[in-house]
Design a protein around this ligand. Sequence first.
Ligand code: C2E
Ligand code: SIN
Ligand code: SIN
Ligand code: FE
Length: 613
Amino acid sequence: MRRITIRNRMKIIFIISMAVFLISLSLIQHYSNTIKQFNGIVSQTIAITQNLDDIEKNYFAFFIQDMLDIDTQVEVNNSLDDIKDRIQVIRNTSGYEEVISDEEIMALNEGIGIIKTNLSESMTNVHPNSHQVKQVLLDINALKAENLSIRESYITYIRSVNKKLSIMNTFVIYYCIAIIIVFMIMMNHSLLKPIEKFKRSLENRLDKNLISPPLIENYSNNELGDLFVKYNLFTQKLKIIDDINQKIYEQNSFEEVVDYIFETCVPFIPYNRIGIAVISSDGEMISAIRAKANYPLLLGKNYTELLSETSLKDVIESNKMRTINDLEAYLKLHPNSNSTKLIIDEGMKSSLTIPLVLDEKVIGVIFFSSKTRNAFNESHEYFVDSISKAIAISFEKSFVYNDLLLASVKGFANIVESKDHVTGNHIDRMSNYSRFVAECLYNDGIYPENVNDVFIDQVFSFSSLHDIGKVGISESILNKPGKLTDEEFEIMKEHTLIGDKVLTNMSSGTILKQNPYFEMAGNIARHHHERFDGTGYPDGLKGNDISLCARIVAVADVFDALTNERPYKPAFSFEKTMSILIEGSGQHFDPLIIDSLIKHENELYHLYKSFKE
Ligand code: C2E
Ligand code: SIN
Ligand code: SIN
Ligand code: FE
């Protein structure tokens, strides 16, 4: 629909009505003038009749009295001149030709001339009853008749103009009424009704549904339509802020909050990527912990930098948001900013960085980045500012609480491990090997629907808890130098079920009731000894029925068991370990995982080496 604003409608209606009004007025003016002028002509013809009567009277008097009465002669002549003057006045009146042709007026003039001639002749040598005298009287009467017919013409004309004038007057009156009605309809249709609707919606909002009222249907393509669009945006913004708070209140994870923001905030801020980075507890380092984008990301969390070396230092110290609307120009000024390089490599052109603040302390930053140069303006800053507090709180709830929980569980895992005399820092190695396997899958694009940065983080956190169930296994079995008997091994198998129970109890016993965060931990503990061909324990699951995290941990667990000394076996070499893993591909292990690991064997070797030193 083509946009016609109320203001423009009013302008159009005003201009058209003014034009019509002015044209009508000038027509009325014109008709009035015509009537006035032609009334003047009619007066002249009346005067001419008067003069002709006078001439006639004087003419008779002339014969009755003295034939040579000079005064009478002068009076007749004066009357004749007067008539000539009046004819001139008529001719000088503009527009008379419309009614009477010049020839007819000239005929009048000529008639005067004839009378004059005949008159002077009859006055000198003619008897009152003579033929000439009669002729003069006939001439005068003919002239009278002509004058009368001229007058009649004017009067007829004046009547017709008068009729037009009265039509115009009626038209102007109805026209004014019509304009008023059109204006009223427009006011009602374009303004009053939408305003009424808006009012009802506001009332509804105030009385019932303060935060998420139904949006106002936008049916007006005018200024009010703009108002409703703005109002709807305002409502949506409020709703987003409320939803975020609600999600935090309902203990949704930080990931869910970030996902929600990523999916819902597009109408208010243009971005292709959201990244979150946090400052380490000693305040020295900053690490990217999350990134979401509407394009395939270079792994979103692959940078950790010394804070003092990044350009983020200013944002964090000043606690002020920063808008960079041309990242390439910015990089030229700050050539050492690795994070800037990273997002430019991903195709970003502008970014908005907002500090995340908790208890007046900056704990990290959130970035909104766009593939468009000059994407961000003040309104985007304000919007992000209004949700940054909630993001920080969500971060705190999710991470600080979960970290606390994880730290205590890990402490427990360490105690368990000291019972089981596996060598060195098994917990640390398990976390690193498991994450390594998950990252191999990420980089090779294997199981992309499961493997993302959150998954990798969780695998890192929870893999170390896989054997926590060994707390329930007697030390004599755990540390038996030789091979286990069948009964002993049956007991040993219990550690998977015990571990699942311990972790499930631990997480449900916290303030974070039903914490989904710990689901993966229980899963890993229960299923890390399942085998891909279905011959494992405790549930004998097969193939992809075994959850991916457990399949990953199974590989990492055996790799660590083989490369390290156990009470029942010596440490094997890296090469022997790899050949055992490859042999187990498809039977014990997920073949896709083993394939990916083979591809990254060199990197695995370096990791293995770093633990040997
Ligand atoms: P663990 O020592 O951490 O070993 C984990 C897994 O690594 C084992 O799971 C097994 O799949 C693999 N693994 C360990 N050593 C070897 C090996 O020499 N060759 C091969 N091919 N794979 C190996 P599994 O068998 O289910 O054992 C679970 C846990 O039971 C072990 O954890 C260990 O604590 C205990 N265990 C298993 N066998 C014996 C044993 O003969 N003597 C003793 N004392 N404990 C054992
Ligand atoms: C309008 O309806 O918005 C303009 C007034 C009219 O068309 O009557
Ligand atoms: C319309 O007729 O749909 C437009 C209403 C208005 O803009 O007043
Ligand atoms: Fe185990």
